[in-house]
Design a protein around this ligand. Sequence first.
Ligand SMILES: C[S@@+](CC[C@H](N)C(=O)[O-])C[C@H]1O[C@@H](n2cnc3c(N)ncnc32)[C@H](O)[C@@H]1O
Length: 261
Amino acid sequence: MSATVQKLFNFANSRHRRARLRNMLEIQLNKWTAGERPGDGKAASFEEFLAASPPRLRALLQPGGEAEAAVREVRGGFEEAAAARGPLPFPAFFNADVSFAQLSYALARSLGCETAVESGVGYGVTSALILLAMERNSRGRLISIDLPALSDPHGQSIGLAVPDRLRARWQLHSGSTRQHLPRILNGTAPICFFVSDSANIFTMQRYEFETAWPHIRRGGGALFNNISAKFQQYLSGTEGVVVHCIRQVEKSKSVSALVLK
Ligand SMILES: C[S@@+](CC[C@H](N)C(=O)[O-])C[C@H]1O[C@@H](n2cnc3c(N)ncnc32)[C@H](O)[C@@H]1O
């Protein structure tokens, strides 16, 4: 069976058909209307961000620091798990850029998170890093949402990078962020950290920001992967937020947005 026929078959048999259809249409629409990424000069380099960041975050993120070692550990664990699993259903290219991965760890660690929420798990590099930070803080739980890729319709490889010992702090919901996020947030005390790495499109990031922001406690923050120029404009026109746009290191066309409350 060709890959396209297999995907059509997976779609027809998926329990998330409506959510997938909406997601596919939304992704296509965003390609036409909001596909442009922030250009050169529109984001700080990782080094520039580091120089301007608070001392605790800077210490964690400095070259050779704790965040770098955490990313190395999680990536090593992912490679071992992937080798044991055999052929992967989607490319490891979708794993977080090193700077996004380090930020996920360092923010969860420095905020001393009680509850963090994440959209978009994939193989779970960012999930594992947030959970590792929580293990080291001896507190915290992570609630994640993932609409599995059509190449892995039952989500068998979702969270492959998350070691068993970290899973007690983890709750994973299968489905779209639009389906689960409001209910999860309404049933949870204010959260300290929201990480967005689902479809990486303008309308979804704006939806996730507008849904999560009222539930983020003062002093907390939200981190968005691979923002569009339109989302950057939207954030800069939003009152009451401190926004840092940071160019990624391995995926240099991508920009992360860190929004602090
Ligand atoms: C880029 S991957 C996440 C990578 C992960 N953060 C990491 O570092 O390993 C994006 C994931 O989000 C899922 N996804 C796509 N659209 C979604 C949606 N609307 N709601 C929830 N998850 C979604 C994809 O299927 C994929 O598993």
